[in-house]
Design a binder for this molecule. Structure first.
Ligand code: AMP
Length: 491
């Protein structure tokens, strides 16, 4: 069985993440997070905030539905499209670019509908399901449309990215929060994309969580504290390597990327910070990460450079987990023009700020964490760092005897006073099965209460990763657990 299948099996069996509307045959591209999955997600967001949010950051929580005007101005109603083709006989719909890449091994990123049609005709590409002819390629807009109000007259859309709320709120936030450049507005929330073929579990969803930071700055005086990251080395897949098909990853010091591959100090700043976050906080191996310098033909016309942070998913391959775009003054300018509100600011002179954006896909990062930490021995377990584990401590009575159960409850209550809802108590099974269940969802510590505990107030603490067991007092246990989560993450 492949690792992805094993991970999905654990997620289903333990109610970590499971398909939406399963009892109705489920809805493709939509997933529900059960308690354990939600805890992992909340902890990931907490460490993300602890690491990335700085003094000059302002958070917003914006509307999931946006009026059409906003998305007309941003270009989404016109350009947020994927090419599709339909089989003339069996009516199956395919994403034309993916189909060509998979069946013909031709790279078609950034190619127009006409060019894709030409390739399909020339290479005589047929429906992979029934072998019949395919219809002409068409553009399909990925936004979910809805209507606002009882007369259903006003067209609106579920937001395809969280960034637009930030641009349309820029002026209000800038004034109300009395900000000076450079400063960032960030948002963590849901985005919706009507993907043509959702697949690979959490990789391509129709509803997912983004954590986006829009850093606003003066391009003539970025005022970016890049000095602290100049010596950080990061892995880059250059455009040159992609063009020559070698795909060799090269390591660059941040100082050597500036004025060379990267046009903004703020973009370099976030690339360095992301690399430190993934390797030092999330403990992802360095050899499964790379920044892909997105080719010119794939880069949006307004961007002065995109770098995708990619993770190597075993069996699946390299996939983007964070998008980095230098959006220049495009968004504020287009919203200025369409809304007729002046979004420029007056500092030494009047200008429209530039924007660098890191955009994190939370579910893809969760899948990377599941892959990275999935381990097998007599039973499977997730070796999450303790601060990302769904619970910290499981308390078990060794045997189901009243005095032992009562003592275990006492221990549970004491630990709960310190670690709150991160402690669980269970005596529903034999101790071996309880350990297996705790390991399976990645609980790093188990505390077992036995007859000796009644005599001397010591307990067995068991470490998930090593299976080592030792006797300790409650005070010692508290210290061990506290030390495992008190990590200084400042990047
Ligand atoms: P983008 O705006 O397309 O650059 O997306 C930013 C980030 O959102 C990506 O790096 C992904 O991690 C995540 N993302 C984009 N599309 C999807 C999707 N369909 N399902 C899950 N995550 C996605």
């Amino acid at each position: 069985m492949e690792t992805l299948e094993k991970i999905i099996n654990v997620c289903l069996r333990r109610g970590i993440i499971f398909p939406t509307a399963e009892i109705y045959g489920s809805l493709s591209g939509f997933y529900e997070f059960g308690e354990i999955g939600k805890r992992i997600k909340d902890k990931l967001i907490k460490v993300w905030k602890d690491f990335f949010v700085e003094e000059n950051f302002v958070e917003i929580e914006g509307s999931l539905i946006l009026p059409k005007e906003v998305l007309d101005a941003s270009g989404h109603t016109k350009s947020f499209v994927d090419p599709i083709t339909k089989c003339k006989k069996c009516q199956t719909i395919f994403r034309a670019d993916n189909l060509i890449e998979e069946k013909l091994s031709i790279k078609v990123e950034g190619k127009s509908v006409e060019e894709l049609n030409k390739i399909i005709k020339e290479k005589n590409l047929k429906c992979p399901k029934c072998g019949n002819e395919l219809e002409d390629v068409k553009e399909f807009n990925l936004m979910f449309k809805t209507f606002v109000g009882p007369l259903a007259k006003e067209e609106a859309f579920l937001r395809p990215e969280t960034a637009q709320n930030i641009f349309i709120s820029f002026k209000r936030i800038y004034k109300a929060y009395r900000k000076k450049l450079p400063f960032a507005i960030y948002q963590i929330g849901y985005s919706f994309r009507n993907e043509i073929s959702p697949r690979q579990f959490l990789i391509r969803l129709r509803f997912f969580t983004q954590a986006e930071i829009e850093m606003f700055f003066n391009p003539e005086n970025e005022n970016c504290p890049i000095e602290k990251y100049l010596e950080v080395e990061i892995p880059i897949l250059t455009r040159e390597e992609q063009r020559n098909g070698r795909n060799e990853i090269k390591w660059f010091k941040v100082k050597d990327l500036l004025n060379n591959l990267i046009k903004s100090k703020w973009q370099a700043y976030f690339l360095a910070k992301e690399f430190l976050f993934f390797t030092e906080v999330l403990k992802i191996s360095k050899d499964r990460l790379r920044f892909r310098h997105v080719l010119e033909e794939e880069t949006p016309f307004y961007s002065a450079g995109n770098f995708d942070l990619e993770y190597y998913f075993e069996e699946i391959g390299w996939k983007e987990i964070v998008g980095n775009a230098y959006r220049t003054d495009y968004d504020l300018s287009t919203h200025s023009k369409h809304s007729k509100e002046d979004l420029s600011i007056q500092e030494e002179k009047k200008f429209i700020p530039h924007v660098v954006e890191p955009s994190f896909g939370i579910e893809r990062i969760i899948l990377a964490l599941l892959f990275e930490n999935y381990k097998e021995r007599e039973w499977s377990y997730f070796s999450f760092p303790p601060y990302l584990s769904p619970y910290l401590i499981a308390v078990f009575p060794l045997v189901k005897k009243d005095e032992i159960i009562n003592k275990a409850k006492e221990v549970y209550e004491k630990l709960k006073k310190i670690f709150g809802r991160d402690v669980i108590f269970d005596f529903s099974d034999s101790i071996g099965k309880l350990y297996a269940r705790a390991d399976e969802i990645g609980i790093p510590f188990a505390v077992t209460v036995d007859y000796q505990s009644l005599k001397d107030d010591t307990f067995t603490i068991r470490y998930r990763d090593t299976k080592e067991q030792k006797r300790a007092s409650i005070e010692e246990i508290i210290k061990i657990v506290e030390n495992s989560i008190n990590v200084d993450f400042k990047g």
